[in-house]
Design a protein around this ligand. Structure first.
Ligand SMILES: *[C@@H]1O[C@H](CO)[C@@H](O)[C@H](O)[C@H]1NC(C)=O
Ligand SMILES: *[C@@H]1O[C@H](CO)[C@@H](O)[C@H](O)[C@H]1NC(C)=O
Ligand SMILES: CC(=O)N[C@H]1CO[C@H](CO)[C@@H](O)[C@@H]1O
Length: 519
């Protein structure tokens, strides 16, 4: 009897507790919706002046991109092409303004430092320079900057040369037989090996061993993250976590974290050992040797400043490596493809290489890269036409006056479409054509940095832009002086596909023809 009573009062208590919790939860949600609506209402007068793509109740403009897995972003580019930018769009009840003219991009990039990627990449990169904000960002950027200085670059150049000539050798087996090969994985392997070695000292050897496990993992990561972008129910962090848990895909993140932990642990041990040896020998040689590499810069601060955690180091490395090798590799692949389609231009690039470096297969030095002017023009044209990172998102902190007197209200997101600016017919006539003359001294000259954003703009520009340019030049020199490339792909076969980085859907199929005269 007594048992029965206590039991029933227990259930009653439970009932009351759950009802109260439910009510509290509803009230909190309601409260946040109210606050949000109040903020949006304040923005409305300004937002009303913008063009708008058709919206639906509740979901806003999401139907244009949603559920188009991996085509969401390319759909977005079409919309931007179709309606005139700036354009207002709605993520459920949150507004964003898309800008795409170089004038407006400059205004947004110069005035807003706060990135907001809607949760994208948060699971691997919250504490990286890419995603940090405010003072934390400044500090992180300050630490990483010397890793891309002139001095550091001198350290990387032998590595680029070594791996590029390795890639050249690798391609030998596919050359001269009139069969096209898809080169992404080879170029990816080369670049991930070089970048990991330069940033961390770790030798991955994926090109040598043809073990592309890490590349596949990182590609899956980008696929997952871009899928999330096209699937709005997964925007909230807790929804994404639930999805990952039940689909078993959290394993992917665990694997990536495990690899970065292992590299860091090895490096920490080595760092301690070097420090000890230094103390014993009373020299600073070991320390100075590679003190400018990213991992050493981070470790040095980590040792004296506990707020820079191991997680920060790992996030920084993952993001620099992933975005670095992706964008460099895809640009190199695209450039080879364009040269294959344009034999005249390829001949001109080859002639420049021979003029600057001679007939021998010497290593490329820093000074040589400066002299490869026409090659650089072609790389820039590739960065324009193929804009590997086509968008960025910024949170607008103060009302922002755009070039046509419209105002993006404070608190609103700005979606910056570099891709649109790079296809602006005012600046790049016949923008759909790949034509290095778009970057000839007469065509664009000094304007260059004002209208062209391959590495972003403003204070948050990409730290690795020199690294990327020099690395790409060295790879192209090694490849093009050994091989002539041809392809069966036509410009009209090219469709975009977006996995955080923009690629072409059909792949980069090339034929390699040895230039070496038979001895
Ligand atoms: C943005 O900043 C760059 C570099 O400081 C400057 O050259 C440019 O004129 C600025 N643009 C605008 C619109 O403020
Ligand atoms: C890492 O990121 C989180 C969330 O942005 C922040 O709260 C934390 O302070 C960061 N930690 C470091 C070491 O920067
Ligand atoms: C961090 C690190 O070890 N970076 C290396 C990049 O590669 C060159 C050449 O192997 C090394 O000297 C650097 O130490």
């Amino acid at each position: 009897m007594i048992n029965f009573l206590t039991n029933s009062s227990f259930y009653a208590l439970c009932k009351i507790a759950s009802i109260t919790t439910g009510m509290l939860l509803c009230m909190t949600i309601f409260y946040y919706i109210l606050i949000h609506e109040w903020r949006v209402r304040k923005m409305m007068p300004n937002l009303k002046t913008f063009n708008s793509a058709p919206t639906l109740p509740v979901i806003g403009s999401l139907h244009h991109i949603a559920f188009n897995i991996n085509k969401g972003a390319t759909k977005l580019l079409q919309i931007f092409n179709h309606y005139k930018l700036p354009l207002v769009g709605w993520i459920v009840r949150s507004p964003f303004v898309a800008v795409g003219s170089y004038e407006d991009i400059q205004i947004v990039m110069n005035n807003s430092l706060e990135r907001d990627f809607l949760g994208l990449l948060r699971k691997v990169a919250t504490n990286s320079t890419l995603l940090l904000q405010g003072e934390q960002w400044q500090k992180s950027r300050h630490i990483a900057t010397p890793a891309f200085s002139y001095g550091a670059m001198q350290q990387y150049i032998p590595v680029f040369n070594e791996y590029a000539s390795f890639l050249v050798k690798k391609l030998q087996q596919f050359s001269n037989n009139n069969e096209a090969i898809e080169i992404t994985n080879h170029v990816f392997s080369m670049n991930i090996d070089a970048t990991i070695q330069n940033m961390t000292g770790y030798k991955l050897r994926s090109l040598e061993t043809e073990n592309t496990e890490v590349i596949k993992l990182l590609f899956k990561l980008l696929q997952m993250e871009s899928m999330r972008f096209a699937f709005p129910p997964l925007f909230p962090e807790f929804m994404y976590k639930i999805y990952l848990f039940f689909s078993g895909k959290d394993k992917l993140y665990k694997k990536i974290h495990a690899i970065s932990k292992k590299i860091l642990k090895d490096k920490l041990n080595q760092y301690e050992m070097n420090k000890k040896r230094e103390k014993n020998q009373d020299t600073h040689e070991t320390d100075d040797q590679d003190s400018k590499s990213l991992i050493n810069l981070l470790l040095k601060v980590h040792k004296i400043d506990a707020t820079l955690t191991e997680k920060h180091i790992r996030d920084e490395l993952i993001i620099m490596i992933t975005l670095g090798y992706e964008s460099i590799s895809l640009t190199v692949c695209a450039m080879l493809l364009m040269l294959a389609m344009n034999p005249d231009i390829q001949a001109k690039v080859y002639n420049e290489i021979v003029t600057v470096l001679g007939e021998d297969e010497n290593d490329v030095q820093y000074e040589d890269t400066k002299k490869l002017v026409y090659t650089e023009q072609c790389i820039k044209e590739t960065l324009r036409k193929f804009t590997v990172l086509p968008f960025t998102l910024r949170r607008i902190e103060k009302d922002l006056l755009l070039s046509d007197q419209q105002v993006i209200p404070a608190g609103c997101l700005a979606l910056v479409s570099f891709f649109t600016a790079h296809h602006d017919e005012r600046i790049f006539p016949n923008a759909d054509n790949w034509d290095p003359e778009h970057f000839s001294a007469e065509a664009i000259g000094q304007q260059n940095t004002q209208v062209f954003f391959p590495f972003g703009a403003g204070l948050r520009t990409c730290l690795g832009k020199n690294y990327a340019m020099i690395s790409m030049k060295i790879q192209l020199v090694h490849l093009l002086r050994r091989y002539r490339v041809t392809t069966d792909i036509k410009m009209q076969d090219i469709n975009w596909i977006w996995y955080i980085a923009l690629r072409i859907e059909c792949g980069y199929w090339l034929k390699f023809w040895s230039r070496k005269r038979t001895q």
